[in-house]
Design a protein around this ligand. Structure first.
Ligand SMILES: *Cc1c(COP(=O)(O)O)cnc(C)c1O
Length: 483
């Protein structure tokens, strides 16, 4: 048998922390879970948390804080302008990224709003490894569009490429040449690509992208919201990083960028965000919009308590034990799921386990939202909520037809340091039952469809009575009082 060893791919994950505060959970009976998902319009965003057993929707604002973070919150210095808290946060940000200029913003998408407002003009094209929902929406609101330059491998669900998030350098060069340098306001790289399964990018690829940008004098913007997972994967699997500390790796990343932005709801396990840069001119261009949209320059819409937690959380991200926990639990979750033949995205990435809904529900066409249907079915049979990351998360084509997503995923996020191995074992057990009974699952159709980012608040209904038949089968197998 393989034994546990730190800094290696472990046979099982290990918590290098202990639990000191707990929150009681409830698991509703299955008929009440059915009623809850119907009331939520089959959209897991619209469930009430009190009806949720394991909240695997996202890692945004839901990571567990450390004792040091909670302690720091009580030192917060409340002041509209010039608070000590801001200067502590600024020093932590500068040390963490190794860059001098910092602008605070209330969360990641607020940074995207500022970037799009300052740089994107109608007709512009922003090349990137993969889009994120809010990023693309802000670019489109300013009249621009996104062009993705991902590896062909990126959207293959099973792969052994450790860095599926890498940019395809030829596609990037071709994109820049075909739209013209003057139409490219910046190139964007997302570390730990969210929508294709939390897949990382390698340091060598990032440095190559940076070299291309410098050759053309284009700005390189890095979205570091999922940086902590990406740092782990670089340290573990990128030969360039083998002898570097986490901090040295992070400073090599920063050296590639002109602007870095992040959601502190993910990175640093607090709630907020920010933009970081080397160049005073870029700083001056963006800073004027912070008081208009976010708040004064020394809080940017954040609470000072969260800012104190963020200052500590960034420093804790330099600790291998902190950044290893998420990916190693995801790997354990994925390996157990694979043993049960549940189709999952490989290699296992960051953020959560990504179930391949297209392979799980081969009988459901893209227009009937297999990932949305699977997310609803998972809630019904387990009480856990995941997030649809497939066609519902896309926009319709201009002619109103459905734009079927390149990948149809249900993400079961593992917010950092929150869930235990027994809860993961429970999830695998329920997913295995659902997979055996997958033929019972049917599609969904919209009953209320917003035009912008419909996945957040849109409402859907099942096509036919498959949800009641699924509940009946569950009760037949487990008994009427089974949870
Ligand atoms: C979550 C996320 C964002 C947006 O951050 P918020 O704080 O939720 O607004 C942007 N980019 C990526 C890659 C993300 O994962």
């Amino acid at each position: 048998m393989q034994h546990f060893a730190r800094f290696q791919a472990a046979p099982f994950p290990m918590e290098m922390h202990k639990v000191r505060v707990i929150q009681k959970l409830t698991l509703l009976p299955i008929k009440e879970r059915l009623a809850a998902i119907v009331e939520a319009g089959n959209n897991t965003f619209l469930l009430k948390n009190r009806d949720v057993f394991l909240d695997m929707l996202t890692d945004s604002g839901t990571n567990a804080m450390s004792d040091r973070q909670i302690a720091a919150m009580s030192l917060a210095d409340d002041s509209y302008a010039g608070s000590e808290t801001f200067f502590r946060l600024e020093a932590s940000v500068q040390d963490f990224f190794g860059l001098p200029f910092f602008l605070p913003a209330h969360q990641g998408r607020a940074c995207e709003h500022i970037l799009a407002k300052v740089f994107v003009k109608p007709g512009n094209v922003v090349p990137m490894n993969f889009h994120f929902t809010t990023t693309r929406a802000h670019i489109m609101e300013c009249g621009g569009r996104v062009e993705e330059c991902f590896l062909d491998e990126a959207i293959r669900s099973e792969s052994d490429n450790r860095f599926k998030g890498n940019m395809d350098l030829h596609k990037l060069e071709n994109c820049i040449a075909s739209v013209g340098i003057n139409n490219v306001p910046f190139v964007r790289v997302e570390l730990g690509t969210n929508l294709i399964g939390g897949q990382p990018i390698s340091l060598s690829n990032l440095e190559a992208v940076s070299a291309i940008c410098r050759k053309h004098q284009l700005l390189l913007v890095i979205d570091s919201s999922l940086l902590s997972d990406n740092l782990y994967f670089m340290k573990m699997f990128d030969p360039l990083c083998e002898d570097l500390s986490i901090k040295e790796i992070n400073h090599r990343i920063s050296a590639c960028a002109d602007i870095i932005y992040f959601s502190a709801r993910k990175l640093s396990s607090a709630r907020g965000g920010g933009l970081v840069m080397r160049d005073k001119l870029l700083f001056d261009k963006m800073k004027v919009l912070i008081p208009l949209y976010e708040g004064f320059l020394t809080y940017g819409g954040m609470s000072v308590r969260e800012m104190e937690a963020m200052a500590i959380g960034l420093q804790e991200t330099l600790d291998f034990d902190m950044i290893a926990h998420g990916p190693q639990f995801i790997e354990a979750f994925g390996n157990k799921a694979k043993e049960q033949n549940i189709p999952v995205i490989t290699p296992f990435g960051g953020l959560g386990l990504h179930v391949d809904a297209r392979a799980f529900l081969e009988h459901i066409p893209g227009e009937q939202y297999p990932a949305g249907a699977l997310a609803a079915a998972i809630y019904i049979v387990s009480g856990a909520r995941g997030m649809e990351r497939g066609t519902i998360s896309e926009n319709r084509n201009p002619d109103g037809s459905e734009h079927v997503a390149s990948m149809e995923l249900v993400r079961l996020a593992l917010p950092r340091r929150v869930f235990t191995l027994s809860q993961i074992t429970y999830m695998v057990d329920r997913l295995a039952w659902l997979y055996e009974n997958r033929a019972l699952i049917g599609g969904l159709t919209f009953v209320d469809e917003p035009t912008i980012m419909r996945f957040f608040i849109g409402r859907l209904a099942p096509i036919g009575d498959w949800q009641t038949r699924l509940v009946d089968k569950f009760i037949a197998d487990f008994g009427s009082d089974a949870l």
